[in-house]
Structure formats: C-alpha cells, structure tokens
Design a protein around this ligand. Structure first.
Ligand SMILES: NC(=O)c1ccc[n+]([C@@H]2O[C@H](COP(=O)([O-])OP(=O)(O)OC[C@H]3O[C@@H](n4cnc5c(N)ncnc54)[C@H](O)[C@@H]3O)[C@@H](O)[C@H]2O)c1
Length: 390
C-alpha cells in the first residue's frame, strides 16, 4: 500500500480512545510507515459519535456500523465495541473486502471466533487482534531473551490479572460501563476478559498449551440489570483459576478476578527456566526483572532492567535513555507494527488466528470448570482446519 490507510472505528469508549490516540501518535513517532487517515467513527449515539469525531479528528461519523463497513472510502474497520458486536462486524467487514482489527476476545464463544477467522482468511484481508501487552517494551524484550535461549528450557510460569471493581453487590450488570457482567454481551467473565491477556502472553512467551484444569466462581449471583430494571442471575465468572500443561513440557498457573480488594489492574507474570528467570508487573511496566544463573555464583542475583534505553525495543522512537513511557504506547506500537506489516507483508502483530488460539484456551478453561476435569485445548492451527469441533 503506497497511500494512507483509511480507518473506520467502531466504539467511542475506553478502547475507542486508546486506538484513536494510537492512530495520531504512530504518524508522529513512526513516520516511516504508511500514513493514517481517520475517515469515520461509529457509535449508536449520534451526538456522542459527532463529539468524538471532533475531539479525535475523524472526518465524519456514523450511527450504524453497517453503514461504516459498506463505505468505499475505508480500508480498515477497527472494532472497539463490546464483545457481542465483534463477530458480526468483523465478518461483514471482511466480506466487504476491508482489513479488520478487533479488540479481544475475538468472539463470545469459540464458534464466533472461528467464524471471524474463516471470514478474514477467506477474504484474504489483513487482520489483527489488539493483544497490546505484547508491545510493552519490557515484554517484547522478554520474548527476545527467550528466543535467544537466555532462560533455556522453561519449567514453570505463573500469570495473574487482579482487579477489585465488582465487589459491591449494588453494582448493576448490563448497559454502558457494566456490560462486562452481562453474559449475553460479554460471553464469559474474567476468563475471556482479563485472563485472555495472560493466556495470550503465555502462548506468545512460553508456547502452545496442550491441556488445562480450572475452576471459576460467581461471588455475587444476582444483580440488577441496568437495561431491564430487574434483578437477574449472573451467569459468568467473577473469578477464574487454572493450571496448564504446555507442549514443551512446562507447567503454569493462572488467576484472574475482579474481587481482589486493593488491586485495580495488577497483571503480573514470572517465567522460570533452566538458565534463568524473568518477572514483570504492569504497575512497574518499564522494568523487567531478570535472574541469570551464568557467571560467578557469589555475584548472582535478580537484576532490574530499566527498559528505557535506545537499544531496547521501540525506545529509539521515544525520549532520551532513562525516560519512561506508559500504557498508551502499547497501542501505538501495535498500530505502528501493523502499518509496517501492511507495507512489508511480513507478519508481526497478533492476528485473528492468534486471537482464536487464546479463545480456544478460554473455552477449555470454562469447560474444565463446568466438568471439574482436565480438558484438552482444541487445535487452532491452520492445518487443523476451521471446522474442528465447535
Ligand atoms: N486490549 C485491552 O487491553 C482492552 C482493554 C479494555 C477493553 N478491551 C476490549 O475492547 C472492547 C471495548 O471495551 P471498552 O472498555 O472500550 O468498552 P466501553 O464500554 O468503554 O466502550 C464501548 C463502546 O462501544 C459502543 N458500542 C456498543 N455497541 C455498539 C454498536 N452496536 N455499534 C457501535 N458502537 C457500539 C459504546 O457506545 C461505547 O462507545 C471489548 O471487546 C473489550 O474486551 C480491550
């Protein structure tokens, strides 16, 4: 592509803002890529869509995503709306020959996720899922270190994503802001929401998972529904824990909850290998903790790498060494990589098939919790075919 990428965005909430910011900043900080033109934004509320378009520099707005995906002046449809909209919009966009970027999880169910992959692959359009944490420079560095063999054979890993915002039984479900508690909209609870980030990081850093054994809990079984005005059961998971075995023989534990008082967005991971270990914490996202077993035993110990130097991933594009960047930069980096991928044709960003792989683990965890048994993770490799088990 030798002209600017023309973008149509769906959703003006939290992710609508992070993506819009990424479009602006990637042009400024990664100027070698193809440009970006913000053509239209879509939200069901016309006034909101118009105000958002003005604030974020979109040339026009729509109130129905169907009008957005049928426009001739748009190359990429970017889906930043709740989970119940992803499959329908992505399939329609791909059928109209658009590139598609979707927020995670891909679908509410594995069946929806498979349809989304089938649609983009049949249409042959570029696609991406926003697993933005891969683009935290410290985690990109972690991946480089694993690829270089610095950890050696991996034995263990542990992942957590902890929040506390749903503890009050007075918090409603459904509607703006609390759609995450409504299973019809969200699909699953913390498993597909928070734990999906941990699962994607695990698949990316450690490798494919073969089987899982998990349990989930609903701590508040009924909440007022913001749209129906009635108290309705909560049928999705407030908390989710699981153990995993990987194809490489290593073991992992995972935990996500919205009931960990005192934690707002604590994503942590640790990986232990034969030659060394790494640990990372979203609240201190520019640091990577590293233990190397090499060298003089008296001098061994954990070191804290401040990932802010010009030779660290992405950091050359930013400030001078020693100065930090933050959460919003992960989206900027992912968009910059997607634009580079469009030009080079070489895959660098997580695509829909990577999203499907994470969703297959989510599905296996939920099945395991229901059946109280170990579950095999369904293969999502291209060779396994899309039809696989539903
Ligand atoms: N990558 C991440 O770190 C991350 C973080 C948060 C959310 N997410 C994902 O992003 C998506 C959006 O989450 P959010 O936190 O931005 O939600 P949000 O509630 O803040 O915003 C959702 C937006 O979608 C709009 N919307 C809803 N239905 C629509 C429809 N039918 N047509 C057009 N617009 C519609 C709403 O009006 C709102 O503007 C979800 O899939 C969520 O899982 C990802």
């Amino acid at each position: 592509m030798d002209r600017s990428l023309r973008v149509g965005l769906v959703g003006t909430g939290f992710m609508g803002r992070t993506h819009s910011n990424a479009y602006h900043q990637t042009r400024r900080f990664f100027p070698d890529n193809v440009g970006v033109e913000l053509v239209a934004v879509c939200s069901r509320d016309g006034a909101k869509a118009r105000d958002f378009a003005k604030q974020w520099g979109f040339a026009s707005h729509e109130t129905d995503w169907r009008d957005l995906v049928s426009r001739d002046d748009i190359d990429l449809i970017d889906i930043a709306s709740p989970n119940d909209t992803h499959a329908e919009i992505a399939v329609a966009a791909a059928q109209n020959g658009k590139m598609v970027a979707s927020e995670k999880p891909l679908g509410r169910t594995l069946e929806e996720s498979r349809r989304m992959v089938e649609a983009v692959e049949t249409a042959g359009v570029a696609n991406m899922v926003w697993y933005n944490y891969r683009r935290v420079p410290a985690l990109t560095l972690a991946r480089q270190m694993i690829d270089e063999g610095r950890l050696g054979r991996i034995f263990h890993s542990r992942f957590k994503f902890l929040q506390d915002w749903t503890i009050s039984p007075d918090l409603p479900q459904g509607g703006a802001g609390t759609w995450r508690l409504d299973s019809a909209v969200a699909g699953s609870g913390v498993t597909g929401d928070l734990l999906a980030h941990c699962i994607d990081a695990a698949l990316w850093l450690v490798g494919p998972m073969s089987e899982v054994c998990g349990t989930t809990e609903v701590f508040v079984p009924e909440r007022l529904h913001a749209l129906s005005g009635k108290r309705e059961p909560i049928t999705l998971d407030d908390a989710s824990l699981f153990m995993a075995r990987f194809d490489n023989g290593s073991l992992a534990t995972f935990e996500a909850t919205r009931f960990a008082r005192g934690h707002k967005a604590l994503f942590t991971l640790e990986i232990n290998g034969e030659k060394g270990s790494i640990a990372w914490d979203l609240h201190d996202l520019h640091r990577l903790q590293y233990f190397s077993y090499d060298g003089d035993s008296a001098m061994r110990g954990w070191r804290s790498i401040h990932v802010t130097d010009g030779d660290h991933p992405y950091m050359k594009a930013w400030w001078v060494p020693g100065l930090q960047i933050g959460y919003e930069h992960t989206f900027i980096h992912q968009m910059a990589d997607f634009l580079a991928e469009i030009r080079s044709g070489t895959k660098t960003v997580p695509d829909f098939r990577d999203g499907l792989a994470a969703d297959a683990v989510v599905d296996a965890v939920l099945k395991s919790a229901r059946s109280r048994s170990w579950q095999t993770v369904e293969s999502t490799a291209k060779s396994a075919g899309l039809e696989g088990a539903a």
